[in-house]
Write a protein that binds this ligand. Structure first.
Ligand code: NAD
Length: 435
């Protein structure tokens, strides 16, 4: 790096950028992790740009240059790196253009909308030599760090064997996008407000699917983090409407799945289920447990429906055959003592535990020290292959090997029209006019 600080641009100033990214960046600065400055903000919605800019000015003393066009931003903004918080379908387009323009990139989950587009993005990072990070925050929460340690290093449940994750609930079907009230922006208090979110999630080319690819990307990254390389997937997805027949198989491509029964096996022998629906009336079920040869770890945060996507956010319990019971908090304490202060500092730099702050810090530190981030493009692609294995299995009614979906050998049709759409809209080659 030639300058003192990494100049960061934020592209897409919607819910997550304003609610968690820029607030996470403030937490970093307050903790003395101050190797960056936000120098540009970009969004097609002017109010989102100005809300983000005002917050950054007030909380970080920044004076970011506003842009409404991401190509202008990549060409003219005074930045070394960009944080892409855009709709899913734009992740690879803007990511590739940014890398080609010589910028480092962190891209929000779900990395990309297909395996093919994700491979193009990862290959571009390799070719340009720039840092590419996939933003997957939940593995960085103290709870998931502790469970990962307990399974893989502490070996507190012996040989991991199975997991069962299910959540069923009746929620009234969401109103059509146009009838929705403006969303409350800002997941954290003090986050800058702005207008309603857009409805791109209902567009298959932009969203890539529903729960499996969106919030589900978090769960799928977590199980890769816990158990390693996935092997085989069999998935049944459904779209239940209020009155009509249940959509399934290839029809799911025309609908948004709202129910899933999925079995996943791993190369290390672990097998598990991930089953959920928020459109099933009557009895509710909540269950999320990991079993090993010597015990179990349960996520007991059942009050939060997101527990089926975001494991071990709050509370949990480890039980061993020898009668030991540890809360998730006790487990975290044990991890911290056993891994020692240097590794604790790497996981929670200067005591920061907010998972959005630490994921951005990992990226910024990777840029500063020219190292790989914890989850790079290939790591993002590995989870995308698991996402698309679920969709390709549900589409075809067959079990699929994740390695075959990753290599492109299995391509039953789910991804085809999305790939066709984006192949006609390739990333533009941009020449930067800014230094
Ligand atoms: N890590 C998490 O827990 C988490 C949570 C929510 C969302 N996300 C991810 O963050 C990303 C954004 O989601 P969101 O919920 O903030 O959506 P959002 O709709 O609130 O924000 C997207 C923003 O992008 C802007 N935009 C759209 N097209 C644009 C374009 N061509 N040029 C410039 N700006 C454009 C929109 O105006 C909007 O402000 C998605 O990838 C989503 O999956 C992650």
């Amino acid at each position: 790096m030639t300058r003192d600080k990494i100049r960061l641009g934020i592209i897409g100033c919607g819910g997550i950028a304003r609610g968690r990214h820029i607030t996470g960046l403030t937490q970093l600065k307050r903790a003395g992790l101050d190797n960056f400055e936000v120098t540009a903000v970009c969004d097609t919605v002017e109010e989102n740009v100005s809300a983000a800019a005002q917050y950054l000015q007030r909380e970080q003393g920044a004076n970011p240059e506003p842009f409404s066009d991401w190509q202008e931003c990549l060409t003219r903004a005074p930045v070394d790196a960009v944080d892409i918080c855009l709709p899913h379908g734009l992740h690879h387009v803007v990511g590739i253009a940014a890398l080609e323009a010589g910028l480092h990139v962190v891209v929000e989950k779900p990395y990309t909308v297909t395996v093919k587009t994700g491979r193009q993005l990862a290959e571009t990072a390799d070719r340009t030599g720039k840092v590419l990070a996939t933003a997957v925050p939940h593995r960085r929460m103290p709870g998931q760090r502790a469970v990962h340690w307990a399974i893989n290093e502490g070996r507190l449940i012996g040989q991991p064997r199975m997991f069962f994750t299910e959540y069923t609930q009746w929620r009234p079907p969401p109103a059509p996008p146009s009838a929705r009230a403006p969303s409350q922006t800002g997941a954290q208090s003090g986050a800058p407000a702005g207008p309603a979110r857009t409805n791109w999630r209902h567009d298959r080319m932009m969203g890539g699917g529903a729960g499996v690819i969106d919030s589900g990307f978090h769960f799928l990254d977590t199980i890769r983090y816990f158990y390693g390389q996935p092997e085989t997937v069999y998935a049944e997805l459904r779209a239940f409407g209020p009155d009509g027949p249940a959509m399934r198989g290839a029809q799911i491509a025309e609908e948004r799945e709202n129910a899933a029964v999925i079995m996943i096996s791993f190369e290390n022998g672990v097998a598990g289920t991930w089953c959920w629906s928020f459109q099933i009336p009557g009895k509710e079920t909540r269950n999320s447990v990991i079993y090993g040869s010597e015990g179990s770890i349960e996520d007991t945060g059942y009050s939060d429906r997101f527990s089926v996507y975001h494991l071990f956010m709050h509370v949990g319990e480890l039980r061993r055959l020898d009668g030991t019971i540890l809360s998730l908090g006790e487990l975290e304490g044990r991890m911290r003592r056993e891994i020692g202060p240097d590794r604790v500092q790497r996981l929670f730099p200067n005591g920061v535990t907010d998972h959005f702050a630490t994921e951005l810090w990992d990226f910024l530190d990777a840029v500063e020290h020219n190292r790989k981030p914890e989850v790079d493009g290939w790591g993002g692609l590995a989870t995308t292959a698991l996402v698309e294995s679920i969709y390709e299995s549900a589409y075809s009614g067959q079990a699929v090997k994740v390695a075959d979906v990753l290599s492109g050998q299995t391509y039953h049709g789910w991804q085809r029209d999305i790939d066709d759409y984006w192949s006609q809209r390739p990333a533009p080659k941009l020449t930067r006019r800014a230094s």
